[in-house]
Design a protein. Structure first.
Length: 238
């Protein structure tokens, strides 16, 4: 029998090594740096690339890395049902227009799903929740704010009894907006809806991968987890 063909490497058409490409994507997506900031920092390390190369690489490889990270997490958490979701929406400017980035966060503070719409009515909430439920299964409880679109969507999905609304109950997802806000301020304004959706997807999954809860662990445990996360990152799409 013929041997199964090995999947072609996504780095095969690029002169730079996969290690350099992963480093560029990590620096730009994870940290609040501009394209030219990444270019200057890499130049100090002896890596001479243009800021447009940084843009090309995160657009090309960011979604690949993010999908690999998300696939591994979904497979690990698929059988776990005793978890709580926190849902919220945040506004993002798109060419001077206000659009909404819907986000679902689990009880550990990791972003499960993100979805971009121009409205925040029942239709948008329903589409967002269907996407999250289809991919991650059904949670034990869903915490939201007082937006009535959530209640209307849950009535149609038949899970209104799981909804919890409280004044400070949704702080978990409110705090999870901060890393994206910090990253957004370092960038030029988004100009296309698909670009916003792509960057939100890439940013949330890479942030999840390095979300080590350093404020809850001792220094030694944090160092071990950080080393493990970096080791996993270095073999992505290898």
């Amino acid at each position: 029998m013929p041997r199964p063909r090995k999947p072609a490497s996504p780095f095969r058409h690029f002169n730079s090594s996969p290690e350099v490409i992963r480093l560029v994507v990590l620096m730009y997506v994870r940290f609040p740096l501009s394209l030219r900031n990444v270019e200057d920092l890499l130049f100090e390390r002896g890596i001479d690339i243009c800021h447009e190369t940084v843009r090309l690489w995160w657009n090309r490889f960011g979604p690949l890395f993010a999908s690999d990270i998300r696939r591994q997490r979904v497979n690990r958490m698929r059988g776990y049902r005793h978890w709580r979701w926190h849902l919220d929406e945040m506004y993002v400017k798109l060419n001077g227009e206000m659009v909404y980035l819907w986000r679902a966060v689990d009880h550990e503070g990791e972003v499960l799903e993100s979805y971009v719409t121009r409205t925040r009515d029942k239709t948008a909430a329903l589409a967002f929740m269907k996407k999250a439920l289809r991919r991650h299964g059904s949670p034990e409880a869903i915490t939201t704010d007082g937006l009535r679109s959530y209640g209307a969507a849950m009535d149609e999905l038949g899970c209104r009894d799981r909804q919890e609304v409280g004044r400070w109950a949704n702080n978990r997802v409110e705090n999870s907006h901060l890393p994206f806000r910090r990253r957004e301020r370092a960038m030029l304004p988004f100009r296309q809806l698909k670009t916003l959706h792509k960057f939100a997807l890439v940013h949330t999954n890479i942030h999840n991968h390095f979300n080590l809860e350093r404020h809850l662990t001792d220094r030694q445990t944090y160092r071990e987890r950080r080393s493990a996360a970096l080791a996993e990152w270095q073999v992505l799409v290898s």
